[in-house]
Design a protein around this ligand. Sequence first.
Ligand SMILES: [Zn+2]
Length: 79
Amino acid sequence: MDGPTCKQSVEMMLEYLDGALTDDMLQKLQAHLGGCTPCEEFLASYRATPQICRKALARKMPDTVANKLTEFLRKELKR
Ligand SMILES: [Zn+2]
């Protein structure tokens, strides 16, 4: 079975932050993050934002945030 892509991982991160991720999905996400520096760095910076902002982001603009993150990760991966 293939692991999740970076785009899928970002979506999973948002679900995780919203408390909507299953244990099975969380394991796949963690496996991907363990081998993917751009995703690790994103998660680290995301964790540094205040919780109230994270909740607002995860709930109100998931598509916008996911798209921005995907764009960011694609740029990072091209280096
Ligand atoms: Zn990744």
